[in-house]
Design a protein around this ligand. Structure first.
Ligand SMILES: Nc1ncnc2c1ncn2[C@@H]1O[C@H](COP(=O)(O)OP(=O)(O)OP(=O)(O)O)[C@@H](O)[C@H]1O
Length: 246
């Protein structure tokens, strides 16, 4: 079972630049939560705050049901030196053990890595150099890597960026599978149709929490325009008062 996440008065500033302000919210356990909102609205910053990677103010409590479980994280982009001669399998194994790479090529670990790569349609590309993969293929490898420890909380930052239709389908069916296992998913997403297919809870963030609820409510036809209005500089406080969000 995945955790619930409680946010209390969460804020984040870079210098004088306010990125997140006064966000108090509850993300229920065992569901798929999608964060949407305009570019620069603070979605990645919120994910990074939840992961403890950014110095936020306020409180973020990851509430594990019994004991603390594993967290998987897929960042927006893979960061590695693309000229290095390591393969997809090396990249995956690199994160599976604290031993040097040449110790890691144990059959059991390779088999486990292969199963995860198969889940994202990359099992036939284990010997390719990471630096030679396309952006979408790299995203798939990152996703496979995030599954290695059987995470109870999976955090995805725009997971389908650069992915083709097949990659998107792999990812969506895996998310459905994980939700069926009561894992908690937290994903930043921009694609309204894809979010509709995920059928989770949608939380709109633009510096503040602008709206929140099931897909059927937040992505209603009459609200979509407002969601996109944010992109042209909508004011979160005004939007809150229009939508009655406190
Ligand atoms: N380390 C940093 N230092 C200074 N400013 C930052 C830093 N990280 C993010 N920001 C700023 O915070 C704001 C929010 O960025 P963030 O990446 O959280 O937005 P986002 O909603 O995820 O955007 P996008 O949809 O474009 O990915 C941006 O204006 C960005 O420039």
């Amino acid at each position: 079972m995945g955790p619930a996440i409680r946010l209390q008065n969460v804020g984040l500033k870079y210098g004088d630049n306010v990125i997140l302000e006064n966000i108090s919210h509850y993300l229920a356990a065992g569901q798929c939560h999608v964060i949407m909102g305009p570019n620069g609205g603070g979605k990645t910053s919120l994910l990074r705050s939840i992961l403890g990677l950014t110095p936020f103010t306020g409180n973020i409590d990851i509430q594990w049901p019994e004991h603390k479980g594993n967290i998987g994280y897929v960042p927006q982009k893979a960061t590695f030196e693309s000229s290095l001669p390591f393969t997809v399998m090396d990249f995956i194994l690199l994160n599976q053990s604290r031993n040097p790479l040449f110790w890691r090529k144990r059959k059991k670990e390779q088999d486990h890595a292969l199963v995860q790569l198969d889940r994202v349609g990359m099992a036939n590309r284990t010997d390719r150099r990471m630096g030679q993969l396309s952006g979408g293929e790299q995203q798939r490898v990152l996703f496979a890597q995030s599954l290695l420890d059987n995470p109870d909380l999976l955090v995805l930052d725009e997971p389908t960026t650069g992915m083709d239709e097949q990659g998107v389908r792999y990812l969506e069916s895996l998310i459905h599978e994980l939700v069926c296992e009561n894992k908690t998913i937290l994903a930043v997403h921009h694609d309204v149709s894809a979010v509709r297919r995920l059928d989770g809870q949608v939380h709109v963030v633009n510096r503040q929490l602008v709206d929140s609820g099931p897909v059927s409510e937040v992505l209603r036809a009459d609200k979509i325009e407002r969601l996109f209005n944010h992109y042209t500089g909508g004011n979160a406080a005004e939007i809150n008062s229009v939508q009655g969000v406190k």
